[in-house]
Write a protein that binds this ligand. Sequence first.
Ligand code: F6R
Length: 620
Amino acid sequence: MCGIICYCGKKQAVPILINGLKRLEYRGYDSAGFSVVSEPGKSKSNKVRKNIIVKTKGRVFQLENKMEGIDIDATYGIAHTRWATHGKPSHINAHPQTDCSGKIGVVHNGIIENYKEIKEDLIRKGHVFKSETDTEVIAHLVEEFFTLCGGNLENAVLKTVQKLSGTFGIAVIHSDVDHKILIAKRGSPIIIGVGENECLAASDSNALAPYTNKMVYLSDDEIAVLTPNDYYIKNLSNETLDKKVEILESNDYKEDKRGFEHYMLKEIFEQPESLENAMRGRLIEGEGVSKLGGLEPVIDRIKNTKQLIIVSCGTSYYSGLLGRYIFEHLTELNIEVELASEFRYRRLKLNEEIAVLALSQSGETADTLAAIKEAKRKGALILGIVNAVGTSIAQITDAGVYNHAGPEIGVASTKIYTSQLVILTLMALLIGRYQGVSFIEGSEITDALLKLPGQVREILKEAPQIEKIALQYAKYKNFLYIGRLFNYPTALEGALKLKEISYVHAEGYAAGEMKHGPISLIDKNFPTVAIAPDDLTLDKMISNMQEIKARSGKILSITNPGVKKVIDISDDIITVPRTIPILQPVLNIIPLQLFAYYIAREKGRDIDKPRNLAKSVTVE
Ligand code: F6R
């Protein structure tokens, strides 16, 4: 949520900042802006450095348009793309925010919880506020402390951060301070990129990747000073810290849509490779078991774990729900799945015999982060399945597994969902083989896993056929998605995909629950998407589908080839290859992702950046 990019070097800053914002726009896209310090000119009237702030309501391209014909000579600055929390999207609320003198520029990702008290205090001291944002208090606090600290920006930012509560990734510049950018972190990500005669910082490494592969990940309550030739990091006690420089793997960075119309479509089509990457080097076929190096340091604790609680949000929560069925199927563990936003408020009896597993694409979701912090405080073992390397959730976990799926840019999660399902299966298999799962059963699972990428390729070949079906359904205003057991989460995720990108109302339900309420919605204008593979629950699914037909409801079914019972009762059919029941959802979701995509495209929606959403949800 909100993207920050900073540049301090010898090159022109504005094009670098704008380019960075384009890469970060998925994090928020209601306004954008930058603050750069202009170089003093040769003329007498322009002998001093100036803080120049350019911002706009709307997208980065609108900011770019605003720059046409304007030439700013500046070699350091900060920029921001916003997802509004305090104050509606507007020019005045857009970042950067500034102080009374206009010399300071501040960009911020997160929420300052005590901003009202700080604002009231600063107003009493004579500061004049212009925006409705919580961020503006940071600019005025820095102004206040800058004077008190005798013009030392580093100390001013340190004192400011000590006053703030809430979450933040911030960057600050001051036009009286030559070529210095101050950044700080608590709860929201900010990463330093170390280049040749230049230092950058950004909310994610993908924005820095065109300039450097050397990354330094800040932890909470750290501040850093960036100059063109150097950087240093301190904690809030003003002690200098020595932090490791991490090298970004080249495949963690992908530049463009590779000819696809949208990132979402590209990412749907990347699933054969993202599944291969999730499994690469992690299966010991001859032994019917998996090998997860990231869990090895805590494997003895995992073996003694009595209960596993999966915490996550949104699509990652739905993969957690399926994870429960997979773990129940393969292990002796007691499993709970909890929405991260609820978990942290529950009075749970956690201890070292309990493991809490966080699932997160971004590794920055504030609710998930808060949930595992709470669990850690109570002594639980904290595990993670995270895609974005080095992020806050990855840092807090005791051990974990990376998805290695490459960046997911489309706001609607697709390839990470299926990748999470595969990694959950690998984890359950690893634990299950220490418990009841036999070599034969384990081998069946490893065989089925290895076939998945090829089976996904087969489904993707049918995209034109799925598109035709989707277009027939694009006129409906409401949809019900139903499934049972392993495919109940598929129904929830299928419905979420449709509603978030097409803005069409869709509800996911456990098929057996339909008769307890939602069936009253069904008529000829309210179609049902039935996820009805050929498994143990099929007969019960057929009964539920008959109940829908009896009320004139139209049915689109996702099933396996040749399942006559489903063919007979459905209006339309999409078939997917057969696999073992626990993995069938990995295949069943692919046509539902495409179905949602084609309906949203038919409706002309902004598929990669649906309204009101953002990719990385760093507010609670
Ligand atoms: C929906 C979607 C969201 C995320 C949720 C959690 O398509 O992408 O529901 O799944 O915001 O995000 P992560 O996985 O980054 O923690």
